[in-house]
Design a protein around this ligand. Sequence first.
Ligand SMILES: [Fe+2]
Ligand SMILES: [Fe+2]
Length: 313
Amino acid sequence: MLDAIVKPNKTTPQYDYRETLVASQRINWQIEDIIGGDKKLDFSKPFMPESLARVEELSFLNPDEKRVLNQIKGNTYLAIFGLVEEFILPFVLDHVRPSLDEDDYRVRAFLQFAGEEAKHIQLFKRFSQEFRENFGSDCAVIGPPTEVAKAVLAHQPLAVALAILLIEWMSQRHFIEAIKDNRALDPQFKSLLRHHWMEEAQHAKLDTLMVEALADGMSEAELEKAVDEFLEIGGFLDEGMKQQTIFDLEAFERATGRKLSAEEREEFLAKQHQANRWTYLGTGMTHPNFRATVGALSTVQLKRIEEVAPVFC
Ligand SMILES: [Fe+2]
Ligand SMILES: [Fe+2]
């Protein structure tokens, strides 16, 4: 439950609700532009960049097996983003709901944000369906999203907003650093990631404004409590990553028919869990803009986050 009536923060000149809204309206793609008809996934190509998938580290896999695992990781990416966006959507709506009469551009920017996340949830489901129909075997994913959302939203608003800020910057970094200039990836999957990145750029800015508004006037002790809860959310998501790694191993064995030895399993689970940690937590936690926002609230709290970050890299 959100208990604070959040007022727009007057001390945050770097981002602007009106500019964000205008940028969003200019982009505004449709799901049909990206998937369906002759726009299909090409299973002869990898879906994920190696810096996130980290399948090359598993030297006991042959090239075909690495590609299959990479594609399983692509399906996992759809599931994880679908999952987190299912708690982002109600959180954004709750954030704007108590103050609909204060700033028209702010209201419209947040409603646009919520509408885009609802569209992204549907987009990820559509790609997951396409994957399921053509991959050839089952891939389990963690969830259900409603239960994950319930657990995350049980935390205080600033902790949740920080987790969301981390996720939004994460998606920006994934595209810019690993996907944008990558010519090896399946064009359809790359198109999904590019379109998502375009709209997430505005979300990252709105999340920054949301964090600043929620933290406005908080004491160091209150900020510390919020960061405690933010780290709890991180720990909860990391447990999910661990479980997802087991699911990915099972999916890999099902898809390839190969049974890994005990040592191979151990190496797979350790390296792939770390890959998931980096993809879904570390890339956001160490993002310069995420760090800058936390650092502006409190250098002490930034230091706490910096101390745990190496675990997720
Ligand atoms: Fe999204
Ligand atoms: Fe988003």
